[in-house]
Design a protein. Structure first.
Length: 203
């Protein structure tokens, strides 16, 4: 694959296009819409384990998430596409497991939980590229600040019971955002340990 083509954020673009198709062609609260959502009464619906994250309740919900996906996806994918895929998959799995083990929400849609996981991955991708055994973000204090603010935002929303910057048709789900952040942190930690080990093993 030519270098220019390999650097194009096609994975992020595919996610954005799927979200747009779902929103434009599947009416809100229709049977088709609900079949794509995570639903406590239908845990066996395996399609929804992924499709729920590509489905949105309204235009505001969609636009915020697509803007974030475009930025975060470009940052990560320009560095390491595999890391984007791992961060996305881990966040999806973690949020799905969390959904079916809590009782507050009966139905769930949206990409925001996954985006919080990708935020951690994007911050890791923006750090100094030198592999250091001292720490992942040594010398990148601004990245830590962004992460702390993201966690603080989700904790505030959890206790306030509402979103800080956006209003959507359905209730905000800050606990899912925290789960996404945790999933992203796990992926980054494992990835960094692997990179450090491989660097140390290289003659």
């Amino acid at each position: 694959m030519p270098p220019l083509v390999s650097k194009l954020p096609w994975l992020s673009t595919a996610v954005i296009l799927l979200c747009l198709v779902n929103y434009l062609f599947i009416p809100f609260n229709s049977e088709a819409f609900l079949s794509l959502a995570l639903d406590q009464s239908r845990p066996w619906n395996a399609v929804a384990w992924m499709s729920a994250h590509l489905t949105h309740s309204d235009g505001n919900h969609l636009l915020w998430n697509l803007a974030a996906m475009a930025v975060l996806g470009f940052i990560i994918e320009s560095q390491q596409r595999l890391l984007l895929a791992l961060g996305f998959a881990a966040s999806v799995v973690a949020i799905d497991v969390w959904f079916f083990n809590q009782a507050q929400f009966q139905v769930y849609v949206g990409l925001s939980g996954v985006l919080n996981g990708l935020l951690v991955v994007a911050l890791y991708s923006l750090r100094s590229p030198q592999v250091s055994s001292v720490g992942i973000w040594r010398g990148n204090e601004m990245l830590w600040l962004v992460l702390v603010l993201a966690v603080a935002k989700s904790v505030y929303e959890l206790y306030a019971g509402d979103a800080l910057f956006s209003n959507t048709r359905w209730q905000s789900t800050p606990s899912f955002h925290l789960v996404g952040l945790a999933a992203g942190a796990v992926v980054v930690s494992v990835w960094h340990r692997f990179k450090t080990w491989r660097h140390a093993a290289t003659p």
